[in-house]
Design a protein around this ligand. Structure first.
Ligand code: HEM
Ligand SMILES: *[C@@H]1O[C@H](CO)[C@@H](O)[C@H](O)[C@H]1NC(C)=O
Ligand SMILES: *[C@@H]1O[C@H](CO)[C@@H](O)[C@H](O)[C@H]1NC(C)=O
Ligand SMILES: *[C@@H]1O[C@H](CO)[C@@H](O)[C@H](O)[C@H]1NC(C)=O
Length: 445
């Protein structure tokens, strides 16, 4: 068995991170090749073979003195004062342009909309600085939160800490990586059990839909709309998140054999204990609560009284109601006459929303096991699979910072260990802004 696994590696077929945790496997091999980063096959949805390629990459349209927005440039803090219209009247450089066949889009409506409006590179191959600037200039995301989200995007191994490039969707390693032979594949934001997790608001789970964890699903959007009663506030989204958890937990209890022939290569003699462990709701799923809060914190418009209403939310998700009542997809667009939030949405704000939304309808952190039950996990404020209502404000304040700077369990028996490069990158980017939080010190293995 050991030989079979190692030869897979040597032949360049990077398998799954849990392989590194199997008895008898020399996991130093994985570290050397960084193969443990890989969580999806080269084939299929989100893989490099089908990932759009744009030979003529054009960077994001920068803010100008005529149309300064928050004047956020080069990854630095901007003005942090919102309440202005985006895109500004007359600013054709940031007008909506639908993505073409060579443009990459992914699971994040906020970033897809940003790319459709050229606040990120229109081809979807973006940079750390573009991400930090765009979040401030469009949504008035606070600088601290903009940093931690951009770091998480890059270092959960979806992007490249050396080039600071990231695909907002599928695997564009040839364009993001400093050297593919050294870095292994960089799956982009489509990469599963990283930033992207099961039980998304409007995206399918990775294993139930052959790796398509990024396309808009109109059935799910309709479900969210119904649960929220077209008012996408914390109460409605908390309930919907719980419904999605249960839906995913049930739908993922199927056998792995539907998924991948790569997996079958290592299965027969000695099935890994987690072969059926498809549903996984790990610490990174905290980000799903954060993303859900964006519907009522970042998307609402001053011209709609900052209400998280259906017209606004459907525009950002690219959702369009069909004559038969179902929801189709028309690309993510900033709604007409949209004005952004007035005060910046900070890291403290989002951490509080995460805890509030979670505690209104708590679910378990952990995953399905081969034996057919659900195992819980511990990580930071998550104890025995739950966050307690008496979580301290210090623990709350550290939630996202901890995800970006510690080894995070990425399956029931695998860890998404940050490489030394990735950790150095996170600390370099976050250190100055976060040093006074008193959060647990970063660990490497
Ligand atoms: C660097 C910054 C960001 C990164 C790297 C990022 C990445 C992601 C990823 C990977 C997902 C998929 C999570 C999942 O459901 O499995 C996601 C979801 C989401 N993001 Fe972002 N995001 C960023 C900023 C934003 C901003 C500024 C907005 C605000 C409008 C936003 C809105 C959303 C929403 C609403 C979802 C949930 C979509 C759904 O589940 O259907 N994101 N994001
Ligand atoms: C949309 O989501 C539903 C619920 O999970 C699922 O049954 C359906 O297959 C999905 N549709 C597509 C086109 O993926
Ligand atoms: C946008 O604002 C303009 C000027 O106030 C107004 O004429 C127009 O109807 C508005 N459009 C929408 C879709 O609200
Ligand atoms: C977790 O559960 C175990 C077993 O039920 C118990 O011994 C332990 O004290 C619990 N830990 C916490 C932090 O609640």
């Amino acid at each position: 068995m050991k030989h079979a696994i190692i030869s897979l590696l040597v032949s360049g077929t990077y398998a799954f991170p849990w392989v590194a945790d199997q008895p008898g496997v020399d996991s130093s091999l994985f570290k050397a090749r960084r193969a443990y980063k890989r969580q999806q096959t080269g084939e299929g949805a989100g893989g490099p073979a089908t990932c759009p390629f744009n030979a003529n990459h054009v960077a994001a349209a920068p803010v100008t003195s005529k149309y300064p927005y928050n004047n956020a440039k080069n990854g630095l803090p901007g003005n942090g004062k919102g309440g202005f219209q985006v895109p500004a009247t007359g600013d054709t450089a940031h007008a909506f342009v639908a993505p073409g066949p060579n443009d990459i889009r992914g699971p994040c409506p906020g970033l897809n909309a940003a790319a459709n409006h050229n606040f990120l590179a229109h081809d979807g191959v973006t940079t750390f600085n573009e991400l930090v600037d765009a979040q401030q200039n469009i949504y008035n995301v606070g600088y601290d939160l903009a940093l931690v989200l951009a770091v998480l995007g890059l270092t959960t191994a979806d992007g490249d800490p050396v080039t600071e490039k990231l695909s907002i969707g599928c695997d564009a390693t040839t364009r993001t990586s400093v050297n593919p032979a050294l870095t292994g594949s960089e799956p982009g934001l489509d990469g599963h059990n990283k930033f992207e997790s099961d039980s998304s608001l409007t995206r399918n789970d990775f294993f139930t839909h052959n790796g398509d964890d990024f396309s808009f699903n109109g059935t799910l959007f309709g479900m969210m709309d119904k649960t929220c009663g077209s008012n996408f506030d914390v109460a409605g989204l908390s309930l919907y998140r719980k419904q999605r958890w249960h839906q995913s937990q049930v739908e993922n209890s199927v056998s792995i054999t539907r998924f991948s022939n790569l997996m079958l290569l290592v299965v027969p003699a000695d099935p890994p204990p987690n072969a059926r462990q498809n549903f996984y709701f790990g610490p990174l799923a905290l980000l799903l609560y954060g993303a859900a809060s964006f519907l009522y914190e970042l998307m609402p418009s001053g011209t709609h009284g900052y209400a998280p209403d259906l017209a606004t939310i459907s525009s950002f998700f690219g959702a369009e109601k069909q004559s038969d009542g179902t929801w189709g997809f028309v690309h993510e667009k900033i709604p007409p006459n949209w004005t952004n939030r007035v005060s910046p949405y900070s890291g403290t704000d989002v951490n509080q929303q995460i805890v509030t939304m979670y505690l209104e309808n708590p679910v378990l952190f952990g995953g399905n096991t081969a034996a057919g039950h659900f195992d819980t996990l511990n990580f930071g404020a998550i104890k025995n699979g739950t966050i307690s209502a008496d979580i301290t404000s210090a623990e709350t304040a550290c939630l996202l910072y901890q995800l970006a700077t510690q080894s995070v369990p990425s399956s029931l028996n695998g860890v998404l260990t940050p490489t030394v490069d990735a950790l150095a990158f996170a600390l370099q980017k976050l250190g100055p802004e976060y040093k006074n939080l008193g959060c647990p010190t970063a660990l490497t293995k």
